[in-house]
Ligand binder design. Structure first.
Ligand code: NAI
Ligand code: MG
Length: 348
Protein backbone atom coordinates (compact mmCIF):
# COMPACT_ATOMS: atom_id res chain seq x y z
CA UNK A 1 0.00 0.00 0.00
CA UNK A 2 1.01 3.63 -0.47
CA UNK A 3 1.30 5.90 2.57
CA UNK A 4 1.15 9.71 2.46
CA UNK A 5 1.60 11.07 6.01
CA UNK A 6 1.29 14.73 4.88
CA UNK A 7 1.37 17.69 7.25
CA UNK A 8 0.79 18.63 10.88
CA UNK A 9 -0.66 15.76 12.90
CA UNK A 10 -0.81 13.63 9.71
CA UNK A 11 2.65 12.09 10.21
CA UNK A 12 1.99 11.69 13.96
CA UNK A 13 -1.20 9.67 13.54
CA UNK A 14 0.11 7.70 10.55
CA UNK A 15 3.29 6.61 12.33
CA UNK A 16 1.21 5.62 15.37
CA UNK A 17 -1.15 3.60 13.18
CA UNK A 18 1.22 1.68 10.90
CA UNK A 19 2.55 -0.73 13.56
CA UNK A 20 -1.03 -1.51 14.61
CA UNK A 21 -2.10 -2.20 11.02
CA UNK A 22 0.99 -4.27 10.37
CA UNK A 23 0.47 -6.33 13.53
CA UNK A 24 -3.22 -6.89 12.74
CA UNK A 25 -2.38 -7.99 9.19
CA UNK A 26 0.23 -10.38 10.59
CA UNK A 27 -2.41 -11.85 12.94
CA UNK A 28 -4.48 -12.53 9.82
CA UNK A 29 -1.48 -14.17 8.13
CA UNK A 30 -0.71 -11.29 5.75
CA UNK A 31 2.15 -8.84 5.32
CA UNK A 32 1.79 -5.11 4.72
CA UNK A 33 4.54 -3.39 2.74
CA UNK A 34 3.90 0.34 3.06
CA UNK A 35 5.67 2.59 0.53
CA UNK A 36 5.87 6.13 1.91
CA UNK A 37 5.62 9.38 -0.11
CA UNK A 38 6.74 12.77 1.22
CA UNK A 39 3.89 14.68 -0.43
CA UNK A 40 2.41 17.73 1.28
CA UNK A 41 3.16 21.25 2.41
CA UNK A 42 6.88 20.90 3.01
CA UNK A 43 7.34 19.52 -0.51
CA UNK A 44 5.19 22.37 -1.85
CA UNK A 45 7.48 24.95 -0.25
CA UNK A 46 10.55 23.16 -1.63
CA UNK A 47 9.34 22.40 -5.17
CA UNK A 48 6.16 24.41 -5.79
CA UNK A 49 4.05 21.24 -5.93
CA UNK A 50 2.49 19.26 -3.08
CA UNK A 51 2.90 16.08 -5.15
CA UNK A 52 4.54 15.23 -8.48
CA UNK A 53 2.56 16.10 -11.62
CA UNK A 54 1.94 12.37 -12.14
CA UNK A 55 1.16 11.75 -8.46
CA UNK A 56 -2.25 10.20 -9.09
CA UNK A 57 -0.75 7.88 -11.72
CA UNK A 58 1.93 6.78 -9.23
CA UNK A 59 -0.84 5.85 -6.78
CA UNK A 60 -2.49 3.67 -9.44
CA UNK A 61 0.34 1.22 -8.86
CA UNK A 62 -1.07 0.40 -5.41
CA UNK A 63 -4.29 -1.33 -4.33
CA UNK A 64 -4.85 1.18 -1.53
CA UNK A 65 -3.53 4.41 -0.06
CA UNK A 66 -3.38 5.57 3.57
CA UNK A 67 -3.37 9.35 3.81
CA UNK A 68 -2.79 11.49 6.92
CA UNK A 69 -3.74 15.13 6.36
CA UNK A 70 -2.62 18.15 4.41
CA UNK A 71 -2.48 21.83 5.34
CA UNK A 72 -0.06 24.22 6.97
CA UNK A 73 -0.56 27.77 8.20
CA UNK A 74 2.13 29.30 5.94
CA UNK A 75 0.60 28.03 2.66
CA UNK A 76 -2.86 29.04 1.34
CA UNK A 77 -5.20 26.15 2.19
CA UNK A 78 -6.69 25.78 -1.28
CA UNK A 79 -3.20 25.32 -2.81
CA UNK A 80 -2.48 22.25 -0.71
CA UNK A 81 -5.98 20.83 -0.48
CA UNK A 82 -6.44 21.05 -4.27
CA UNK A 83 -2.78 20.24 -4.97
CA UNK A 84 -3.07 16.98 -3.07
CA UNK A 85 -6.19 15.48 -1.59
CA UNK A 86 -8.96 16.95 -3.78
CA UNK A 87 -6.61 16.63 -6.78
CA UNK A 88 -6.15 12.90 -6.11
CA UNK A 89 -9.86 12.33 -5.50
CA UNK A 90 -10.62 13.99 -8.85
CA UNK A 91 -7.78 12.42 -10.87
CA UNK A 92 -8.58 8.90 -9.64
CA UNK A 93 -12.31 9.60 -9.95
CA UNK A 94 -12.89 8.43 -6.37
CA UNK A 95 -16.63 8.79 -6.65
CA UNK A 96 -17.74 8.04 -3.13
CA UNK A 97 -16.55 9.14 0.30
CA UNK A 98 -17.67 6.81 3.10
CA UNK A 99 -17.64 8.11 6.65
CA UNK A 100 -18.85 5.77 9.40
CA UNK A 101 -19.71 7.25 12.79
CA UNK A 102 -20.31 5.13 15.87
CA UNK A 103 -20.30 5.49 19.64
CA UNK A 104 -17.56 3.83 21.67
CA UNK A 105 -18.00 2.49 25.20
CA UNK A 106 -15.97 4.64 27.58
CA UNK A 107 -15.90 7.69 25.29
CA UNK A 108 -18.07 10.52 26.62
CA UNK A 109 -19.72 12.72 24.01
CA UNK A 110 -22.18 15.59 23.80
CA UNK A 111 -25.01 13.11 23.16
CA UNK A 112 -27.79 12.83 25.69
CA UNK A 113 -28.88 9.46 24.41
CA UNK A 114 -27.28 6.61 26.31
CA UNK A 115 -27.48 4.20 23.38
CA UNK A 116 -25.43 6.38 21.10
CA UNK A 117 -25.12 6.46 17.36
CA UNK A 118 -24.26 4.11 14.50
CA UNK A 119 -24.52 5.68 11.07
CA UNK A 120 -22.57 6.07 7.82
CA UNK A 121 -22.36 9.20 5.71
CA UNK A 122 -22.03 8.45 1.99
CA UNK A 123 -20.78 11.62 0.33
CA UNK A 124 -20.62 12.23 -3.42
CA UNK A 125 -16.94 12.98 -3.87
CA UNK A 126 -16.22 14.59 -7.23
CA UNK A 127 -18.84 17.24 -7.94
CA UNK A 128 -21.25 19.67 -6.32
CA UNK A 129 -19.59 22.84 -5.11
CA UNK A 130 -16.18 21.09 -5.19
CA UNK A 131 -16.10 20.46 -8.92
CA UNK A 132 -13.73 23.38 -9.45
CA UNK A 133 -15.79 25.33 -11.99
CA UNK A 134 -15.84 29.09 -11.56
CA UNK A 135 -13.57 32.08 -11.53
CA UNK A 136 -12.57 35.39 -10.01
CA UNK A 137 -12.93 38.71 -11.81
CA UNK A 138 -12.42 42.45 -11.30
CA UNK A 139 -9.49 41.79 -8.95
CA UNK A 140 -8.71 44.54 -6.46
CA UNK A 141 -11.68 46.67 -7.45
CA UNK A 142 -14.73 47.53 -5.41
CA UNK A 143 -16.82 45.16 -7.56
CA UNK A 144 -14.43 42.20 -7.25
CA UNK A 145 -16.32 38.92 -7.48
CA UNK A 146 -15.94 35.17 -7.17
CA UNK A 147 -18.15 32.60 -8.89
CA UNK A 148 -18.33 29.00 -7.66
CA UNK A 149 -20.52 26.82 -9.84
CA UNK A 150 -22.14 23.73 -8.34
CA UNK A 151 -22.35 20.81 -10.77
CA UNK A 152 -24.58 17.79 -10.16
CA UNK A 153 -24.67 15.06 -12.81
CA UNK A 154 -26.91 12.01 -13.06
CA UNK A 155 -23.80 9.80 -13.30
CA UNK A 156 -22.28 11.09 -10.07
CA UNK A 157 -25.59 10.95 -8.19
CA UNK A 158 -26.21 7.39 -9.40
CA UNK A 159 -22.80 6.17 -8.29
CA UNK A 160 -23.19 7.57 -4.79
CA UNK A 161 -26.83 6.49 -4.51
CA UNK A 162 -26.24 2.88 -5.55
CA UNK A 163 -23.37 2.62 -3.09
CA UNK A 164 -25.57 4.02 -0.31
CA UNK A 165 -28.46 1.65 -1.01
CA UNK A 166 -26.16 -1.39 -1.22
CA UNK A 167 -24.59 -0.34 2.06
CA UNK A 168 -27.99 0.16 3.72
CA UNK A 169 -28.95 -3.36 2.66
CA UNK A 170 -26.00 -4.72 4.65
CA UNK A 171 -26.98 -2.57 7.66
CA UNK A 172 -30.37 -1.49 9.05
CA UNK A 173 -31.96 -0.89 5.66
CA UNK A 174 -32.54 2.88 5.81
CA UNK A 175 -31.28 5.65 3.53
CA UNK A 176 -31.80 9.33 4.35
CA UNK A 177 -31.22 11.49 1.30
CA UNK A 178 -29.96 14.94 2.33
CA UNK A 179 -30.68 17.77 -0.13
CA UNK A 180 -31.91 21.36 -0.19
CA UNK A 181 -34.34 21.12 -3.08
CA UNK A 182 -36.77 23.65 -1.62
CA UNK A 183 -34.32 26.49 -2.26
CA UNK A 184 -31.80 25.08 -4.78
CA UNK A 185 -34.18 24.21 -7.59
CA UNK A 186 -31.88 22.70 -10.21
CA UNK A 187 -29.15 20.46 -8.85
CA UNK A 188 -30.97 19.19 -5.79
CA UNK A 189 -34.26 18.47 -7.56
CA UNK A 190 -32.17 16.27 -9.87
CA UNK A 191 -30.80 14.52 -6.78
CA UNK A 192 -34.34 13.90 -5.52
CA UNK A 193 -35.47 12.51 -8.88
CA UNK A 194 -32.47 10.25 -9.53
CA UNK A 195 -32.44 8.87 -5.98
CA UNK A 196 -36.17 8.15 -6.22
CA UNK A 197 -35.42 6.00 -9.30
CA UNK A 198 -32.70 4.13 -7.45
CA UNK A 199 -34.94 3.69 -4.41
CA UNK A 200 -37.55 2.01 -6.61
CA UNK A 201 -34.98 -0.68 -7.44
CA UNK A 202 -34.39 -1.35 -3.72
CA UNK A 203 -37.89 -2.03 -2.34
CA UNK A 204 -36.34 -3.62 0.75
CA UNK A 205 -34.57 -0.35 1.68
CA UNK A 206 -36.56 2.45 3.30
CA UNK A 207 -35.75 5.86 1.84
CA UNK A 208 -36.61 9.30 3.18
CA UNK A 209 -35.69 12.75 1.92
CA UNK A 210 -34.55 15.32 4.49
CA UNK A 211 -33.50 18.93 3.96
CA UNK A 212 -29.96 19.58 5.11
CA UNK A 213 -30.91 22.11 7.77
CA UNK A 214 -33.45 19.72 9.25
CA UNK A 215 -30.80 16.98 9.18
CA UNK A 216 -28.47 19.17 11.26
CA UNK A 217 -31.18 19.17 13.94
CA UNK A 218 -31.88 15.42 13.62
CA UNK A 219 -28.19 14.60 14.00
CA UNK A 220 -28.10 16.37 17.33
CA UNK A 221 -31.53 15.39 18.68
CA UNK A 222 -32.25 11.89 17.32
CA UNK A 223 -29.13 10.44 15.69
CA UNK A 224 -29.98 6.91 16.86
CA UNK A 225 -32.59 6.46 14.13
CA UNK A 226 -30.19 7.35 11.31
CA UNK A 227 -28.54 4.56 9.31
CA UNK A 228 -27.09 5.69 5.95
CA UNK A 229 -27.03 9.40 5.02
CA UNK A 230 -26.67 10.05 1.28
CA UNK A 231 -25.24 13.54 0.73
CA UNK A 232 -23.84 15.85 -1.91
CA UNK A 233 -20.18 16.77 -1.60
CA UNK A 234 -20.64 19.98 0.41
CA UNK A 235 -23.42 18.74 2.68
CA UNK A 236 -21.52 15.51 3.36
CA UNK A 237 -18.39 17.46 4.28
CA UNK A 238 -20.20 19.68 6.77
CA UNK A 239 -22.48 17.03 8.29
CA UNK A 240 -19.64 14.56 8.74
CA UNK A 241 -17.77 16.94 11.04
CA UNK A 242 -20.97 17.39 13.04
CA UNK A 243 -21.51 13.62 13.10
CA UNK A 244 -17.89 13.04 14.14
CA UNK A 245 -18.53 15.06 17.28
CA UNK A 246 -21.30 12.60 18.20
CA UNK A 247 -18.67 9.84 18.30
CA UNK A 248 -16.26 11.85 20.43
CA UNK A 249 -14.71 14.33 18.02
CA UNK A 250 -12.53 14.73 14.97
CA UNK A 251 -9.97 12.34 16.41
CA UNK A 252 -12.49 9.47 16.11
CA UNK A 253 -13.73 9.79 12.51
CA UNK A 254 -12.34 7.57 9.71
CA UNK A 255 -13.14 7.65 6.01
CA UNK A 256 -12.67 5.89 2.68
CA UNK A 257 -12.59 7.40 -0.81
CA UNK A 258 -13.45 4.83 -3.44
CA UNK A 259 -14.63 4.12 -6.95
CA UNK A 260 -17.22 1.35 -6.59
CA UNK A 261 -16.76 -1.37 -9.24
CA UNK A 262 -14.00 0.70 -10.82
CA UNK A 263 -10.33 0.43 -11.50
CA UNK A 264 -8.70 2.82 -9.04
CA UNK A 265 -6.95 2.42 -5.70
CA UNK A 266 -9.09 3.34 -2.71
CA UNK A 267 -7.77 6.06 -0.42
CA UNK A 268 -8.32 5.94 3.34
CA UNK A 269 -7.88 8.98 5.61
CA UNK A 270 -9.02 10.42 8.90
CA UNK A 271 -11.78 13.00 8.36
CA UNK A 272 -9.77 15.57 10.30
CA UNK A 273 -7.18 17.93 8.87
CA UNK A 274 -3.61 18.70 9.91
CA UNK A 275 -4.71 20.25 13.24
CA UNK A 276 -1.93 22.88 13.42
CA UNK A 277 -3.21 23.95 16.86
CA UNK A 278 -1.98 20.68 18.40
CA UNK A 279 0.61 19.48 15.86
CA UNK A 280 4.07 18.71 17.17
CA UNK A 281 2.89 18.16 20.75
CA UNK A 282 2.41 14.41 20.45
CA UNK A 283 -1.18 14.52 21.70
CA UNK A 284 -3.22 13.93 18.52
CA UNK A 285 -5.75 11.12 18.76
CA UNK A 286 -4.55 8.36 16.39
CA UNK A 287 -7.88 6.47 16.41
CA UNK A 288 -9.39 8.15 13.31
CA UNK A 289 -6.32 7.16 11.32
CA UNK A 290 -6.27 3.62 12.74
CA UNK A 291 -9.95 3.11 11.95
CA UNK A 292 -9.27 4.39 8.42
CA UNK A 293 -6.53 1.77 8.28
CA UNK A 294 -9.04 -0.86 9.45
CA UNK A 295 -11.29 0.11 6.53
CA UNK A 296 -8.24 -0.26 4.26
CA UNK A 297 -7.60 -3.76 5.61
CA UNK A 298 -11.25 -4.70 4.94
CA UNK A 299 -10.91 -3.32 1.42
CA UNK A 300 -7.74 -5.25 0.53
CA UNK A 301 -9.36 -8.53 1.55
CA UNK A 302 -8.23 -8.68 5.17
CA UNK A 303 -11.53 -8.19 7.06
CA UNK A 304 -10.25 -10.30 9.94
CA UNK A 305 -7.37 -7.85 10.40
CA UNK A 306 -9.79 -4.91 10.14
CA UNK A 307 -11.92 -6.41 12.90
CA UNK A 308 -8.85 -7.00 15.08
CA UNK A 309 -7.98 -3.28 14.82
CA UNK A 310 -11.53 -2.14 15.64
CA UNK A 311 -11.79 -4.56 18.58
CA UNK A 312 -8.44 -3.37 19.95
CA UNK A 313 -9.49 0.28 19.65
CA UNK A 314 -12.73 -0.54 21.49
CA UNK A 315 -10.86 -2.38 24.24
CA UNK A 316 -8.33 0.42 24.75
CA UNK A 317 -10.95 3.18 24.78
CA UNK A 318 -12.98 1.50 27.53
CA UNK A 319 -10.34 2.81 29.96
CA UNK A 320 -10.44 6.63 30.21
CA UNK A 321 -6.85 6.58 31.47
CA UNK A 322 -5.86 5.71 27.88
CA UNK A 323 -7.70 8.67 26.34
CA UNK A 324 -5.92 11.52 24.55
CA UNK A 325 -6.76 15.15 25.56
CA UNK A 326 -9.47 15.57 22.87
CA UNK A 327 -11.40 12.81 24.68
CA UNK A 328 -10.80 14.43 28.07
CA UNK A 329 -7.77 12.32 29.02
CA UNK A 330 -4.07 13.00 29.36
CA UNK A 331 -2.50 10.15 27.37
CA UNK A 332 -0.18 10.93 24.48
CA UNK A 333 -0.57 9.69 20.91
CA UNK A 334 2.18 7.14 21.55
CA UNK A 335 0.69 5.90 24.83
CA UNK A 336 -2.74 5.25 23.31
CA UNK A 337 -1.18 3.68 20.21
CA UNK A 338 1.06 1.44 22.34
CA UNK A 339 -1.97 0.21 24.29
CA UNK A 340 -3.90 -0.56 21.11
CA UNK A 341 -0.85 -2.33 19.67
CA UNK A 342 -0.52 -4.41 22.83
CA UNK A 343 -4.18 -5.48 22.55
CA UNK A 344 -3.68 -6.43 18.89
CA UNK A 345 -0.60 -8.46 19.73
CA UNK A 346 -2.39 -10.33 22.50
CA UNK A 347 -5.49 -11.00 20.37
CA UNK A 348 -6.21 -14.56 19.31
P1 NAI B 1 -8.79 20.08 11.68
O1 NAI B 1 -9.60 18.86 11.47
O2 NAI B 1 -7.34 20.00 11.35
O3 NAI B 1 -8.93 20.55 13.19
C1 NAI B 1 -10.19 20.90 13.78
C2 NAI B 1 -10.11 20.71 15.28
O4 NAI B 1 -10.08 19.31 15.59
C3 NAI B 1 -8.87 21.32 15.90
O5 NAI B 1 -9.19 21.87 17.15
C4 NAI B 1 -7.95 20.14 16.08
O6 NAI B 1 -7.04 20.26 17.15
C5 NAI B 1 -8.92 19.00 16.33
N1 NAI B 1 -8.37 17.73 15.84
C6 NAI B 1 -8.23 17.36 14.54
N2 NAI B 1 -7.66 16.16 14.46
C7 NAI B 1 -7.44 15.74 15.72
C8 NAI B 1 -6.87 14.56 16.28
N3 NAI B 1 -6.39 13.55 15.54
N4 NAI B 1 -6.78 14.47 17.64
C9 NAI B 1 -7.25 15.48 18.40
N5 NAI B 1 -7.80 16.60 17.94
C10 NAI B 1 -7.89 16.73 16.60
O7 NAI B 1 -9.49 21.23 10.82
P2 NAI B 1 -9.07 22.77 10.58
O8 NAI B 1 -8.46 23.33 11.82
O9 NAI B 1 -10.24 23.41 9.99
O10 NAI B 1 -7.95 22.71 9.44
C11 NAI B 1 -6.56 22.65 9.72
C12 NAI B 1 -5.81 22.42 8.40
O11 NAI B 1 -6.14 21.13 7.87
C13 NAI B 1 -6.18 23.42 7.32
O12 NAI B 1 -4.99 23.69 6.61
C14 NAI B 1 -7.16 22.66 6.44
O13 NAI B 1 -7.18 23.10 5.11
C15 NAI B 1 -6.61 21.26 6.53
N6 NAI B 1 -7.60 20.20 6.30
C16 NAI B 1 -7.17 19.12 5.58
C17 NAI B 1 -7.99 18.06 5.39
C18 NAI B 1 -7.45 16.86 4.70
O14 NAI B 1 -6.26 16.73 4.55
N7 NAI B 1 -8.28 15.94 4.24
C19 NAI B 1 -9.37 18.03 5.92
C20 NAI B 1 -9.71 19.20 6.71
C21 NAI B 1 -8.85 20.25 6.86
MG1 MG C 1 -14.17 18.38 6.10
Amino acid sequence: MAVIPGDGVGPEVVSASLPVLRAAAARAGARLDPVEFDWGGERYLRTGRAMPADGAEILRGFPAVLFGAVGRPDVPDHELVWGLIIGVRQALDLAVNVRPVQSWAGVRTVLREPDGVDLVIVRENTEGEYVGVGGRAHAATAHELGIEVAVHSRTAILRAARYAFDLARSRRGRVSLVTKSNALRHGYTLWDAVVAEVAAAYPDVECEQVLVDAMAVRLVQQPRDLDVLLCSNLFGDILSDLAAVLAGGMGMAPSANLLPDGDAPALFEPVHGSAPDIAGRGVANPVACMLSGAMLLDHVGLPVAGRIVRDAVATALRDPARHTPDLGGSATTKELAAEILAVVESST
